[in-house]
Design a protein around this ligand. Structure first.
Ligand code: OXT
Ligand code: ADP
Length: 578
């Protein structure tokens, strides 16, 4: 047999990985090349996959995580590809963050040779990656033989997207890639995962129990979390809210499942509805720190341990979530699509709307808050403050509701959440459950790649710094991303001083009046220095019109921010003042 004839009947590890991913509808890879995966990235591109190559694996990982949020309900996880030890470690924050947020992501890392690693003989980038990844993700697998690649990738996909979604680690030792096997046998070894995120139908009695509770409520409330956005059951969720007439509160990334301008939105009366509600239906939201653990003053309790008296109905795919903080009176275990449609069937067309005293009281509170906000937004100070800058962003999202918003920072995050209305589901991508900085540019890249829409990333200047080098990635792939840096010269604000009077600036302060826009210009994109709201407006509008990679350095009053934004109280206070 000639060499050509011989190779044409063979396949290898490289091609089996690519074929297995493609077979399962995975076409975008977020990664960073190097030993032992450089050729894999080249071959992936040659085989028609989109390989988005980053400057740091943390950002590639964040991109994959948010791609998982955007597409997971369709059975497609986000995929990140890295080199061994240091590259792998760089991506772990994103893998852990994906798991914490319940987003399906697969981290594929090349690794060193088992026989050397296991004897600790000091291989190139030696590390027992599988053992390190395990506690940080939902599942971790290693493939040693080419004929197991199909199974390995199938297991990774299923583990990532089925049940409660999460991060999965897949360890591929260098030697695997060049292993060969008969091409036909290789093809036969691949698995196209059937129904990767199967429906989980709720028990009828759990639906009846929940409807009973809801029916008796005088002050019902629906709380939509990012699980509800993830599930892509938008029409049924909208119908449930509208048919019951129950006021709803969206968590940050659930904004837009119904337009924030919806008359039943209680977002502008948050601190009123939480303690007042008597029955709360949680859809894809956990009673974790973001909801004050379902108790304490936020919920009308006397102190932080005190239960406010609410009854809770909770829809979640993970039944281990129920009773995690307070009693769940009516747990509904199942996928949100199936659970909401079962509730809808029970609600029918003659559901009695909540008492008018409740909805009127909410509307009263809401209109007062909205009027107060409108007053603040109408001011146009120079330098800009968070409100005047966000007034511009708010107008722009109203006019361009398909645009995706990436958001990180402390004040830049909290003010954006309450000022900028979202009109469509899954358009707001932010720091999530951990409040993690550094998601900005990775999320922005994936948002543009996965959606083919314009993206505006509103980042605090500190937050931006964690992933800032990816401006080059945005420019290199010519992505329609407009980064808006709220530059107030530091972490939270720029006014702290070194109490010793020494030469070092305070730990929270950066170089004053830094010219961040020049970063984008350095890579051929558009840089804008915006000192007024008019300049900011023009900058974003131009970026949306042209689709060119743009970075706007929006100068914000350095005194404007508060410590940690809306979560100041989480900072421990010193017991002893020196
Ligand atoms: O009802 P009330 O009266 O209470 O009012 C509420 C609503 O009713 C009202 N509202 C409205 N009014 C009128 N109209 C409308 N439409 C409307 N909508 C709402 O507004 C208020 C507020 O509503 P909200 O937001 O819904 O309610 P609330 O009470 O805030 O909700 C509570 C929470 C907990 C759900 C919410 O606050 C929340 O989601 N918080 C998330 C907070 C978070 O995650 N923060 C990020 C982390 S902070 C810190 O950790 C930072 N670090 C450390 C660090 C991190 N994180 N990561 C890593 C890897 N390393 C270090 C750092 C370094 S932040 C940070 C950088 C900060 O500096 P930057 O320069 O980047 O940023 P700047 O601060 O901007 O300078
Ligand atoms: P938020 O921060 O917006 O309150 P969380 O991340 O705390 O949201 O909660 C999301 C919840 O949604 C998780 O408990 C997760 O198990 C659940 N979840 C995710 N996807 C689904 C789904 N398809 N069906 C049911 N529950 C889901």
């Amino acid at each position: 047999m000639s060499n050509d004839a011989q190779t044409s009947t063979l396949t290898d590890g490289f091609h089996l990985v690519i074929d297995a991913l493609k077979l399962n509808g995975i076409s975008n890879i977020y990664g960073l090349p190097g030993i032992p995966v450089t050729d894999l990235t080249r071959m992936m591109q040659a085989e028609g996959m989109r390989v988005i190559s980053f400057r740091h694996e943390a950002n590639a990982g964040n991109a994959a995580a948010i791609a998982g949020f955007m597409n997971g309900a369709k059975g497609v996880p986000g995929v990140c590809l890295t080199v061994s030890a240091p590259g792998f470690l760089n991506a772990l924050v994103a893998l852990a963050n994906a798991t914490t947020n319940c987003w399906p992501m697969i981290l594929i890392s090349g690794s060193s040779e088992r026989e050397i690693v296991d004897l600790s003989q000091g291989d190139y980038e030696e590390m027992d990656q599988l053992a390190i990844a395990k506690p940080l993700c939902k599942a971790a697998f290693r493939v040693l033989n080419a004929e197991d690649i199909g199974v390995g990738i199938a297991r990774a996909i299923r583990a990532a997207v089925s049940g409660r979604p999460g991060g999965v680690y897949l360890d591929l030792p260098a030697k695997l890639f060049s292993q060969t096997m008969d091409a036909a046998a290789g093809k036969a070894s691949l698995i196209k995962v059937v129904d990767p995120a199967p429906r989980q139908i709720p028990a009828p009695e759990s639906i009846a129990r929940a409807l009973n509770l809801l029916k008796g409520a005088k002050k019902p409330l629906i709380l939509l979390g990012k699980g509800a956005a993830y599930a892509q059951a938008d029409a049924d969720i909208q119908a449930l809210v509208e048919k019951t007439g129950i006021p709803y509160l969206p968590m940050s990334m659930a904004k837009g499942i119904l337009p924030d301008t919806h008359p039943q939105s209680a977002a502008a009366a948050r601190s009123f509805v939480l303690p007042e509600a008597d029955v709360v239906l949680l859809i894809g939201a956990r009673l974790n720190w973001l909801l004050s653990h379902g108790k304490g003053k936020t919920w009308g309790g006397k102190d932080h341990k005190d239960w406010g008296g609410q009854k809770f109905i909770q829809i979640d795919i993970a039944s281990t979530e129920f009773d995690s903080n307070v009693r769940i009176d009516a747990p509904i275990a199942g996928d949100i699509g199936s659970c909401v449609s079962a509730l809808l069937a029970g609600v029918g067309n003659s559901w009695a709307k909540p008492p008018a005293e409740w909805t009127n009281a909410i509307n009263d509170k809401k209109s007062k808050n909205i009027a107060k906000m409108a007053e603040t937004l109408a001011k146009d100070p120079k330098p800009m403050n968070f409100h005047s800058a966000l007034n511009v962003v708010r107008d722009i999202f109203k006019a361009h509701p398909d645009t995706l918003l990436v958001n990180e920072g402390a004040n830049a995050l909290d003010f954006t959440r309450s000022i900028v209305d979202m009109y469509k589901p899954r358009k707001r991508l932010d720091v999530g459950t951990w409040g993690v900085m550094g998601i900005g540019m990775g999320f922005a890249v994936a948002a543009a790649v996965e959606s083919n829409q314009r993206v505006v990333a509103v980042c605090g200047d500190s937050a931006f710094g964690f992933s800032g080098m990816e401006v080059e990635t945005i420019a290199r792939y010519n992505l329609p991303v407009c980064v808006v840096i709220f530059n107030n010269n530091g972490v939270y604000r720029g006014t702290d001083v070194n109490p010793t009077g020494g030469a070092d600036v305070a730990p929270t302060v950066f170089v004053k009046d830094a010219r961040y826009e020049k970063l984008m210009e350095a890579f051929g994109g558009v840089g804008v220095y915006a000192q007024t709201s008019a300049e900011l407006r023009k900058g974003i509008e131009d970026a949306l019109k042209s689709g060119k990679p743009t970075l706007i350095n929006a100068i914000i009053d350095e005194t404007a921010g508060t410590e940690s934004g809306r979560i100041t109280s989480l900072n421990p206070a010193a017991a002893i003042k020196k």
